[in-house]
Design a protein around this ligand. Structure first.
Ligand code: ADP
Length: 206
């Protein structure tokens, strides 16, 4: 099964991706996590990507396309994969169509005003990338792997506003793009995590 998770920053894609990965035994491919890994390891790719990410802009298409193209050849993708944060532009989607099929695109919808609140209180695990919100989890360590939680630099308010603008301009058109292809599933993301997950599973019908 090959799935795409679509939605604005802070919609809960990462949280749902973890659950979908476990339920369907498919690989979770988050381009954001992969890029943060490259930055952490100070690779040439990471160094190139960092300035874009810090500004809240998208990393150039070719960089992420090459990353994903290579990533899906790994053995854990044999049973399928879930793309989280890719594609983010029409051009990325068109290139993806040249090298992979897609079974469904899940669009997690959430009103813009809730996103800022969600993202500004978000902390992520340095180890496994799991996201937590300060209102519901105050510990400084991840409950899954025990690693330290941190506030992403690009989760600062000014950068978040830029990311939302970039989302509206460059990523939102993908909703129409995949809807025309008959692949789109809409899920209301303005509900509890368990309800969102149940609705995704129901809509997938698997
Ligand atoms: P979120 O979904 O919370 O916005 P991600 O972790 O998916 O965050 O991505 C963080 C940043 O990484 C993005 O703001 C962007 O700069 C970069 N990035 C991730 N995926 C892509 C992509 N497919 N194309 C271009 N840039 C990307």
């Amino acid at each position: 099964m090959k799935l795409i998770l679509l939605g604005p920053p802070g919609a809960g894609k990462g949280t749902q991706a973890q659950r979908l990965k476990d339920k369907y035994a498919i690989a979770h491919i988050s381009t954001g996590d992969m890029l943060r890994g490259e930055i952490r390891e100070k690779t040439p790719l990471g160094i190139e990507a960092q300035s874009f990410i810090d500004r809240g802009d998208l990393v150039p298409d070719q960089v992420v396309i090459d990353m994903v193209r290579l990533r899906i050849t790994r053995p854990d993708c044999e049973n399928g994969y879930l793309l989280d944060g890719f594609p983010r532009t029409i051009s990325q989607a068109e290139t993806l169509a040249e090298f992979s099929t897609v079974d469904a695109v899940i669009n997690i919808d959430i009103p813009c005003e809730n996103l800022i609140l969600r993202i500004s209180g978000r902390r992520m695990c340095r180890g496994c990338g799991k996201a937590y919100h300060i209102s519901s989890y105050q510990d400084d360590r991840c409950e899954s792997c025990g690693c330290e939680l941190y506030h992403r630099d690009d989760d600062e308010i000014e950068t978040v506003q830029r990311r939302l603008q970039v989302y509206r301009e460059q990523t939102q058109p993908l909703i129409e793009y995949y809807s025309r292809k008959g692949l789109l599933i809409h899920v209301d993301g303005d509900q509890g995590m368990d309800t969102v997950f149940e609705n995704i599973v129901k809509a997938l019908g698997l």
